[in-house]
Write a protein that binds this ligand. Structure first.
Ligand SMILES: C=CC1=C(C)c2cc3[nH]c(cc4nc(cc5[nH]c(cc1n2)c(C)c5CCC(=O)O)C(CCC(=O)O)=C4C)c(C)c3C=C
Ligand SMILES: [Fe+2]
Length: 412
């Protein structure tokens, strides 16, 4: 990361961007077949038709922040904050410091503009994705009532959830993903500083390991229950699926065209209970084989599950009626799919020595109904004995940003 200009290796990444990548949030550097082998200096274009960080190859780390506007903030404050965030995010994602003066160029007599912990680090495929929560559009706040997408309302209650305010809601969100956690943390830290006096952090979430993939050329990672997660995702190369299930068309609110809705759920996983479950039962709960990730109806990882196959050993359906994969599958949910982009988290231990750990579930959907329908189906999921939803938020994610524009400029 540099003050005014890119390092040599980063610049090479950008040349790759111009030559090999369009404007839809692809990766700039190299043409590696296995996305996991992408070089760390890769730069993801910030400007484009869609915001980056959605179909972008899923980076290894996440730092997510939800913000509330301060009680005294005005419409002008919101507008200027979004403009300042846009400028800063455009710089940070390209491997630059947050301003030209940066961490050391502003002289000895004022605090540095940039906090400095990413100095010397490559861009690490940093993406910064912005979203707006329902409360931002409330009457008597910023005059945005008429700009609220009809579907941007708080999520309904679901069976078994034990939501806590301290992990839920927010006027605004920023998702920072990168292949180095320090780069993602640096981005959120500096964007939070810029917000001072206008918005404050409500809650944050650090995710240390991806639990999804947006392309089959990227290996499928594992969640903390040890299962491959992200096998049946909406993939970045399927424009038809993306148009149907991820991108908003702007017919409701033009500023949302090319955007999406982001559902965030903090899901605690009861690791110690799960670890005492027999392998056969773990697989029956998920509906897939633990080693290869293949559906219990047979085949390999990417074979479509066949819910009609009967198992003599199980004396019933090979993929049990209350298994996670059966209940989450599009055939059980009016065809609904979602682009999942979640991360594992581990936050120490509780008083009993049990892990505070789980899945920070993130899904991008064209309509929140896609998530709501699937989550309602999951009321019968046998996985519920081993998980608890403890945080929840929904955000409208505006479409991509053109050079010279600010995020959410269509709101004003
Ligand atoms: C409401 C949406 C979902 C929540 C919440 C959710 C939580 C959750 N999931 C796992 C583990 C796995 N999920 C898998 C597949 C899968 N999950 C959802 C949705 C939610 N999961 C969908 C739509 C799918 C795909 C279904 C399909 O089309 O086949 C899998 C299998 C591998 C895969 O396809 O990704 C696993 C494993 C956990 C542990 C969890 C909560 C902590
Ligand atoms: Fe799932």
């Amino acid at each position: 990361m540099t003050g005014g200009r890119l390092s040599r290796r980063s610049a090479l990444g950008l040349i790759g961007a111009a030559g090999a990548v369009g404007v839809t949030g692809g990766f700039a550097a190299g043409a590696a077949r296995d996305d996991d082998a992408e070089p760390q200096e890769s730069v993801v274009p910030f400007h484009g038709k869609h915001q980056s960080g959605i179909t972008t190859r899923v980076q290894q780390h996440l730092y997510f922040a939800s913000f509330d506007m301060t009680s005294t903030a005005t419409r002008e404050d919101l507008k200027s904050l979004l403009a300042d965030w846009t400028d800063a995010a455009a710089r940070l994602t390209q491997g630059r410091e947050v301003t030209t003066e940066g961490a050391t160029g502003g002289g000895p007599y004022k605090p540095p503009d940039d906090t400095g912990e990413a100095l010397g680090l490559e861009p690490n495929a940093l993406t910064i994705t912005f979203g707006f929560g329902p409360t931002l559009f409330a009457a008597d706040r910023f005059g945005l009532e008429k700009k609220r997408p009809k579907e941007l309302v708080e999520l309904p209650s679901f069976a078994f959830e034990l939501l806590e305010d301290r992990f839920s809601g927010g006027d605004l969100c920023i998702q920072a993903c990168a292949d180095d956690p320090q780069v993602a943390v640096h981005a959120i830290r500096n964007l939070s500083r810029i917000a001072f006096g206008r918005a404050q952090v409500r809650w944050t979430q650090l995710g240390y390991g991806r639990t999804s993939t947006t392309s089959k050329s990227q290996s499928t990672p594992r969640n903390l229950f040890g299962f491959k997660d992200g096998t049946a995702n909406v993939f970045s190369n399927d424009d038809s699926d993306l148009a149907t299930w991820v991108w908003a068309d702007g017919s409701d609110q033009p500023w949302l065209a090319g955007g999406s809705f982001l559902v965030a759920r903090k899901i605690q996983m009861l690791i110690e209970s799960w670890d005492r479950v027999r392998l056969e039962e773990q697989e029956a709960i998920v509906g897939r084989d633990k080693g290869r990730g293949a559906p219990l109806s047979g085949g390999s990882e990417f074979t479509e599950p066949d819910f009609d196959v009967v198992s003599t050993a199980a004396r019933g359906p090979a993929i049990p009626m209350d298994s996670h994969v059966r209940l989450a599958h599009p055939t059980q949910n009016g065809g609904a799919r979602m682009l999942r982009r979640g991360y594992n988290y581990v936050e120490g231990n509780n008083d009993l020595g049990q892990l505070n750990a789980g899945l920070f579930f993130l899904a991008f959907v064209r309509s929140p109904e896609q998530f709501v329908g699937v989550q309602r189906s999951l009321a019968k999921d046998s996985l519920n004995e081993y998980i608890r939803h403890i945080g929840s938020a929904i955000f409208a994610v505006p479409g991509g940003i053109r050079a010279g524009e600010s995020i959410g400029s269509g709101l004003f």
